[in-house]
Design a protein around this ligand. Structure first.
Ligand code: ADP
Ligand code: MG
Length: 253
């Protein structure tokens, strides 16, 4: 575990984010969403918000390089996961559309203990964005679902696709840094094998469970569980906030 890996994971997410904005800009230039300002405004807002996330990623990286940390939880705050997912959905919708995939955002009318979460917004965005990006990359046709629901008292986010699936023998290795299935290159040539590693780091850092369930040829579902806490705010708890911010012990390797 070293600074090279730290830099690689950072570059992975920066380049994905820039890829997303270039894609939307190309669609706008080609008139895919219409030509009036009103038509394209939601897309401009999505680009602006991706750019803001890139800026906060850069800031976070600068802070962790200065403090010589591999990974730091930065700017922890309380936020509403429903609103957050709605924004994520809007940002990812054009990417799904460019691959001719249908992206669905599903939520329920009420949540037993609400949808407030305490965490590092930009890290949680990295985790969910990487899982969605994989769903797009490894699905040739069909649907991608982004869901938020309750399982007993826990708050649960699911990202499910109708893609190629993962061989049962490979499930235990997918979170290792730089690991890619031998078939991945044909579907997604520019992959680096870091997306799931980042997602797992963020999940562990926040005390979340990240599980995967997959059937070859049918699809894959990643489940992120925010365990119920007595204070009724999901995500980080107070004691975790007092830790140094060095999260190497949380890494799965
Ligand atoms: N939704 C998915 N469907 C099928 N395979 C997946 C999915 N997500 C991840 N994988 C497999 O896990 C590997 C590691 O994923 P990731 O760490 O994001 O790296 P990358 O996408 O750059 O290869 C992928 O190469 C692919 O083989
Ligand atoms: Mg990936």
């Amino acid at each position: 575990m070293n600074n090279t890996l730290d830099l690689s994971t950072f570059l992975h997410d920066i380049s994905n984010a820039f890829g997303g904005t270039s894609l939307i800009l190309n669609q706008l230039i080609n008139g895919v969403y219409g030509n009036s300002l009103e038509d394209i405004k939601p897309l401009l807002i999505a680009i602006l918000s991706t750019n803001n996330r890139i800026t906060s990623l850069l800031e976070a990286q600068k802070r962790s390089s200065n403090s010589n940390c591999l990974w730091e939880i930065n700017s922890v705050k309380q936020f509403d996961m429903l609103t957050f997912l709605q924004k994520l959905y809007k940002e990812c919708y054009p990417i799904a559309q460019s691959r001719s995939l249908a992206l669905h955002y599903e939520h329920v009318p009420t949540y037993r203990y609400g949808t407030q979460v305490l965490g590092d917004v930009s890290s949680i965005w990295r985790m969910l964005h990487n899982l969605l990006q994989n769903a797009f990359n490894y699905t040739q046709s069909g649907n991608v679902f982004l869901r938020i629901l309750n399982q007993s008292d826990d708050l649960v986010i699911e990202i499910e696709d109708t893609g190629v699936g993962i061989d049962p023998e490979e499930i235990s290795t997918i979170f290792l840094p730089s690991w890619r299935s031998p078939n991945s290159s044909s579907l997604h040539p520019s992959g680096s094998g870091l997306g799931l590693y980042i997602a797992m780091m963020v999940a562990k850092a926040h005390g979340l469970k990240l599980a995967v369930d997959s059937v070859v040829g049918k699809g894959t579902k990643f489940t992120i569980i925010f365990p119920y806490r007595n204070d009724r705010i999901y995500g980080l708890d107070g004691s975790m906030l007092h830790e140094s911010g060095r999260l190497q012990n949380a890494l799965p390797v």
